[in-house]
Structure formats: structure tokens, C-alpha cells
Design a binder for this molecule. Sequence first.
Ligand SMILES: C[S@@+](CC[C@H](N)C(=O)[O-])C[C@H]1O[C@@H](n2cnc3c(N)ncnc32)[C@H](O)[C@@H]1O
Length: 187
Amino acid sequence: MGWNSLALTHDFMARQVRPGDLCIDATAGRGRDALLLARLTGPGGRVIALDIQPEAVEATRSLLAAEGVSGWAEVLQMDHREMGALAEPGTVGCIAFNLGWLPGGDHRIHTAAETTIPALEQALALLRPGGALSLCIYYGKENGYGERDAVLRWLAELDSRIWNVLRLDFPNRKNDPPIPVFIQREG
Ligand SMILES: C[S@@+](CC[C@H](N)C(=O)[O-])C[C@H]1O[C@@H](n2cnc3c(N)ncnc32)[C@H](O)[C@@H]1O
């Protein structure tokens, strides 16, 4: 696989997720991350994918059904700001966030700092020791730069005794390349 953000985050998830894990896709979109998580957890695990947009919920449900994983991977239409209610604290193996807008959808509907930061806070509380969050920051155009800047500030303040934070960038790539970030809770 090449060095694009999707491949990097998928490599990370493949190292991270154990069969039988509970995993959450906080921005389901068209379901590519939810599908990978479901393949990695296997039928003994559970995946919950969320999105606020009906179009994304439908697209993800169809993909999961077509790929035969919907027995253990469900899709909910909900705001990820509420994700703390989905599981007990300290029980989730991997959580995926892809900021930005639905690929091929309405660019005016996108993630925003006011909801992303509270959602990330809740996501960290859900992670088990050794569990991790994969975050891909898409920014620029309709999204602007405010969300990216708020998330990068938030990352820099995470307690280094508990959180390993890794941020990648593409210094010679033009046009606002995405920023892959991985956060792991010390095991
Ligand atoms: C970049 S896309 C996700 C792409 C997806 N991972 C994929 O593989 O296709 C971002 C998604 O976040 C969703 N979204 C935006 N704000 C949200 C919120 N507050 N809660 C849940 N989903 C949200 C959008 O509807 C959009 O589908």
C-alpha cells in the first residue's frame, strides 16, 4: 500500500485491533473504516459506526451488509458528541475518526471543532489500556482551518504519562494534505 492517509490509518488499525474487540467508527461516511474494523474484530467482536447524515448511515449499512459483516457491525444515526453513552469507560479497543465531509456528499455538512473536541474527549475515556484512536484530519476548503488548529492544540495538551500521541505529515505535498494522528492509551 502507498503512503496515503487511508492506507496509513488502515495499517495502524490492523496492528491495533484484536479479534473480539469492541470498536467504534465515529464518522462512518461511506463505511470504509467500519468495514475494516469489522473484518479485524471478526464475528466475536462488535463494531458501532455513527454518522449524523442519513446518506452516510445508509451507505455504510449497505456496505456492511454486502460484505457480510452486519451481524456484528451496526450503524447508528447519531452525533458523535453523544458517543460516551455507547460503551462502558475503558472497554473499547479502537476508535476511528475521519474529519471533513462525506466523500461525494454535501461539502457544507462537515465536522466542526465544537462537536469534534467533546467527541474526542469522550472517545479517550472509552479506550481500554492499550487501546487507540486513529484520527485523520481533513481540513481546508469548506472545512476551513479552525477545526484543525483546535484539534492540534488539544493533542499537544494530552497528558504524556497516559497518552502516546503520534502525528504524521506530508511536508512536500500541496493543497492541504490530511494529517493522520494516532493516540494510544498506555497499556
Ligand atoms: C470524512 S467523512 C468520513 C469518511 C469515512 N470514514 C469513510 O470511510 O467513508 C466525515 C463524516 O463525518 C460525519 N459527521 C460530521 N459531523 C458529525 C457528528 N457531529 N457526528 C457524527 N458524524 C459526523 C459527516 O456526515 C461525514 O459523513
